[in-house]
Design a protein around this ligand. Structure first.
Ligand code: SF4
Length: 499
């Protein structure tokens, strides 16, 4: 760099000020925001742009009050049981050995507690997405993409739901710059309850949004299946008895056949001579009747007869035999009667069978997407809570310290570290942010008895009352907002996080 360039660079740095809330260390000009849009230079001072969010049970849901700025607020905060300082808008300290922005004391049940409040930067984090649908979204292990970039993969499906694991340190840091940026955007938008379009290699395209029905290949999913095909037979066999001679519940995983199934046997259901083209598991339960897909029961079939072989007259097949075929959501159904060649011929669904099909549909729950944020809080950020980080980990593991995210109790995985999970729907909107390292910024609070906090090496001299903390703010400003907590928010902070 020439002298002139160095001088110009120095001049520009003098006019700008540096944000040190994350490793990016933005130089920010007066009136501008930093790269993450969370901090800005206001009047020559770096401030956090979102207000600190405080929960107060005395505030009616839907109302929010700006303390110290709002005329309606009396300036007082209630007892510890009523009030909780979340990390939303609290700001981050960097480097980590600086004490967390807010370390507040609270009295709960006559005991002194301390809550350590910080917006934590998670390089090791991701989301687990549960998508309630039978439809085949992609094979286990298939890559999930956003804008062509790999952001995660399809993982083991659960009962009635397909699962994705998105993000993680390898996608955030281990690929190209574009992959990291797109992964970070995807995680933040999903955590902030926004809709995200994804594609799965050799699979479906999706729109996923926490708390909303999934959209699979432009079609909104309405129903989560009542159960697998076998379970559906088990649930409804007695309702079909006498109304129809055979029922097949088509399912990609376990297709059920009532005449062979134990549920039918118990009811003395007569044999029908049916033949299912699939791998028989146990009586009346068949695997692999077709390929996975977007058709009947998560298979690729549109014509259910394709899963049937020839009917056997010696085992009960006869002209006029009545057959109901239905999917696990009741969305697809067809009724047939065997002709004199023992070939099923389609017929209108008899009125007597309609209620049973409707009952399957009625027993389906609405299909939704669920997004769980999962992150490792066991790293360097512990230094903002205590000078002896491993003691915090041990205290969490011993359930002496509760972990919340935006006031919501987090599930902490057993074993080493502080690996936590939280349902993003339980948090207030826009509780998550990012830094372009790239990493996700998530609210994090540790609550522990004051005596334990001091014993584990906490910053005793930084402890403030909630009122003082709310009035003074942090180095990044004193703007705060008071809102009603939601049902899942924990305001008592002792011991194991309540659920
Ligand atoms: S990215 Fe945000 S937190 Fe990081 S230095 Fe820039 S403004 Fe500050």
């Amino acid at each position: 760099m020439s002298d002139l360039e160095a001088q110009a660079s120095m001049q520009s740095k003098i006019e700008k000020i540096r944000c040190d809330a994350c490793p990016v260390m933005c130089f920010i000009a007066e009136g501008n925001g930093g790269a993450c849009d969370r901090y800005a230079n206001h009047g020559g001072r770096i401030v956090r742009l979102d207000p600190l969010t405080i929960f107060d049970r005395r505030v009616a849901a839907g109302d929010q009050i700006k303390p110290f700025l709002g005329a309606d607020w009396d300036g007082g905060l209630g007892h510890g049981e009523d009030v909780f300082v979340t990390a939303i808008g609290a700001g981050t300290t960097y480097p980590d050995y600086k004490p967390a922005p807010f370390i507040v004391s609270r009295e709960l049940d006559g005991d002194d507690f301390v809550t350590v409040v910080t917006e934590a930067i998670f390089s090791y984090c991701g989301v687990k997405v549960k998508i309630d649908t039978d439809r085949h979204l992609g094979h286990e292990g298939a890559i999930v993409r956003r804008d062509g970039e790999a952001v995660g993969l399809v993982i083991t499906s659960e009962y009635g739901s397909q699962m994705l694991s998105l993000g993680g340190v390898d996608h955030l840091t281990g690929g190209s710059k574009a992959e990291g940026r797109v992964t970070c955007d995807t995680l933040m938008q999903l955590c902030n309850k926004q809709a995200v379009e994804l594609t799965i290699d050799d699979g479906a395209s999706l729109v996923v949004q926490a708390g909303k029905p999934p959209i699979v290949d432009d079609r909104v999913e309405e129903r989560m299946r009542v159960g697998c095909g076998s379970a559906t037979i088990g649930m409804f066999a007695s309702q079909w008895l006498g109304l129809v001679d055979e029922v097949v519940v088509v399912d990609d995983h376990i297709t059920g056949v009532v005449s062979e199934h134990q549920a039918g046997k118990v009811l003395d259901w007569p044999d029908t001579g049916i033949k299912i083209l699939g791998r028989r598991s146990t009586p009346g339960r068949y695997f692999q009747v077709a390929q996975p897909g977007l058709g009947w029961g998560g298979t690729d079939i549109e014509d259910p007869l394709t899963i049937l072989g020839p009917w056997n007259a010696k085992k009960g097949a006869k002209e006029g035999l009545r057959l109901l075929m239905v999917s696990t959501t009741g969305e697809q159904f067809a009724y047939f009667e065997l002709d004199d060649d023992l070939v099923p011929q389609p017929k209108p669904l008899p009125d007597t069978l309609r209620p049973s099909v409707d009952l399957i549909a009625e027993n389906c729950e609405p299909a939704l997407c669920t997004v769980l944020f999962m992150g490792g809080a066991g790293g360097s950020l512990r230094s903002g809570a205590t000078r002896n980080p491993v003691r915090l980990t041990r205290s969490v593991q011993q359930k002496n310290t509760s972990v919340t995210s935006g006031g919501v109790p987090a599930y902490v995985w057993p074993g080493g570290g502080i690996t936590m999970m939280v349902n993003v729907l339980d948090l207030p909107d826009n509780a998550f942010g990012y830094v372009p390292t790239p990493a996700i910024v998530a609210p994090l609070e540790f609550t522990v008895r004051r005596s334990d906090y001091i014993a584990l090496g906490g910053y005793e001299e930084e402890i403030r009352s909630i009122e003082t903390a709310a009035r003074e703010g942090s180095e990044y400003g004193a703007d705060s907002v008071v809102i009603a907590p939601n049902d899942r928010t924990v305001l008592t902070g002792s011991g194991e996080a309540a659920d």
